[in-house]
Design a protein around this ligand. Structure first.
Ligand SMILES: [Zn+2]
Length: 315
């Protein structure tokens, strides 16, 4: 039995930042994702020195390993509106500073939506935004992690080419990594539910991005079918991706040190997260001949239909 990568969940910070560590601990997490401010507002409540110290102490005492944060949904690093663009850059800088104070190593952000300006122009603007923000925070120990997207609307990031192009244009690519979301990749047309498709996706990832830049993964099953370009998370093994892909991910030696975070339906008293993490921990290394997809799907629960229906969780 090989050792699993750091594995955890997106944990709520309701009641103060340190409560996220308590939630992660109760779930047996060895990694966690948090919000460092209210994700649906531009302005965040100021973090006090006491809250930061309590968070760091709780983390240090816990078995929770690497931490990542998910940035606000309002941020659009390629907005054509100069006011929104300036606000987005300011918000990203603020969140990076919060992460640095809290000891959070990576900040996951969606590349943004070009809203008709075109992919090329969008990529240029995202890179310029990252350069502006990172240049103003020279010593920040936090990596920006660009998340791949499902390809809804004009959102960039549904092709690995987009993430590659952004990283190729920034002044400090070592400060810009990637977070790969399984549901988004599947929805965008990467066939990770099949063994051959899984290997193809990672071969392309290695060529375009490189594993050193992989700062985190989001493990979510998908309610919507392959290539649907729709972002609806399902419980692990209850969606269209199936358990085979998750078994491959957890036992892939190339991903051994990568924090893996579920963003599925939390459920009452964290029961949904508990169940998904148990499912993942119980997956053994797949036989080389084993195929993913419907043959390895967990039986559906009635709660599956509610997954992904609200914005209480990160995307
Ligand atoms: Zn995600």
């Amino acid at each position: 039995m090989s050792k699993l990568p750091p594995l955890g969940a997106h944990c709520s910070v309701a009641g103060g930042m340190p409560t996220a560590i308590a939630r992660a601990t109760s779930l047996g997490c060895t990694a966690a994702q948090v919000f460092v401010k209210n994700a649906s507002q531009w302005r965040g409540r100021e973090l006090t020195a006491e809250e930061v110290a309590a968070f760091r102490a709780a983390h240090a005492e816990s078995a929770v390993g690497p931490l990542v944060a998910h940035a606000s949904y309002l941020i659009n690093l390629c907005s054509a509106d100069p006011v929104l663009l300036a606000r987005s850059r300011e918000a990203l800088a603020d969140e990076l500073s919060r992460c640095a104070r809290l000891g959070v190593g990576g900040l996951v952000v969606h590349p943004g939506a070009h809203l008709g300006a075109g992919e090329e122009a969008g990529v240029e603007r995202v890179a310029a935004s990252l350069d502006a923000v990172l240049a103003a925070l020279p010593g920040a120990p936090v990596r920006v992690l660009l998340e791949n997207t499902a390809g809804q609307g004009s959102c960039l990031g549904h092709r690995l080419e987009h993430l590659e192009a952004i990283r190729a244009r920034v002044a400090a690519p070592a400060r810009v990594g990637v977070c790969l979301d399984t549901c988004h990749a599947f929805a965008a047309g990467y066939a990770l539910h099949e063994k051959a498709g899984y290997e193809e996706m990672w071969a392309e990832f290695a060529a375009r991005i490189g594993f050193a830049a992989l700062g985190g993964m989001h493990l979510n099953d998908s309610l919507r079918p392959f290539g649907s370009r729709r972002d609806r998370h399902a419980h692990i093994g209850e969606g269209e991706i199936g358990l085979g892909a998750f078994a491959r991910l957890l036992h892939d030696p190339r991903l051994a040190g990568v924090p893996m975070i579920i963003e599925t339906e939390t459920g009452e008293d964290l029961a949904g997260h508990r169940r998904d993490l148990e499912t993942l921990r119980g997956l053994s290394r797949p036989a080389s001949s084993r195929r993913g997809g419907s043959s390895s799907r967990r039986s559906r629960s009635p709660r599956t239909s509610a997954a992904g229906s609200s914005r209480s969780r990160p995307g």
